[in-house]
Design a protein. Sequence first.
Length: 329
Amino acid sequence: MTGTGRPARTRLLLLVLAVVLLAGGATAYTLRAAGHATAGRTSTAAAPGFTLEDPAGRLYFRDTATGRVARRDPAAPDGRVAGGPVCDRFHAAGPTALCLLRRPGVPPRSYALVLDRNLRELRRIALPGIPSRARVSASGQVLSWTMFATGDSYATSAFSTRTSILDLRTGYLVKNMEQIPLTLGGRRYHAPDVNYWGVTFARDDNRFYATVATDGRTHLVEGDLRAWSARAVRENAECPSLSPDGTRVAFKKKVSDDPKAPWRLYVLDLRTMREHPVADDRSIDDQAAWTDDRTLAYGHEGALWTVPADGSGRARPLVSGASSPVVPR
């Protein structure tokens, strides 16, 4: 009796101890996970004092090393201050900033964060896909973003995008622009492969330009939000960016079938419909930003570059380890 009872009691004690240890470990893991989740949420916000209220003409961008929005500051170490929110794509104008954020998980999650001039979150919208392009109208009242639904490169044909427009004046969200009536070649056009991306807004918050792809071709389209319509105005134009004075559009044009270097950056005069390349013959895969009415900034191979918009001069390095350039106005 004694010989059989002692091992049984020992096994019971070991079992109880194992349960206690496992429960403690699970509790500790849960607390650690909760702590990490909380830290992850809070760490995406801007640091206190980092706002868009800096001197006019200051360049903001996404700092590659930290993932945070930074501003160019020649007096700071490395020429930048990276205290903004964590974003994958960023743009700002007027009283509003737009941050596209992709968070890890199973499955990964993406969000459009609407921010004020102090970079405080006003609204969060869950999104499917991978962040690609972000734009805010000059007034800060109309926003657009493009997400990759499949694929992650414009250099391949195996991609699909979903482009949305949010009107902050009404709160109305267009989840997918593909429903907008399209005129192509002077006729109303219908096709299942119509794909929009890369919106840029005029100062009136109504007219916009965007890329439409269909039947293996890309087109620059001019759109009217109030009339809810769009018409193609030029073929072979992607990722348009309207100049501050509304007279020109910078865009990337396909000039080669080489999938590693298919594009070159061009500027189109909307009054004459004449185009010219800028003084950078490299393949630029970006939606260029106008830092003023004469100058463009864009990303290439992990850095920001600048070039005159009129085709003169030469491309110059602007900021290393950066993307999503914008000069908030």
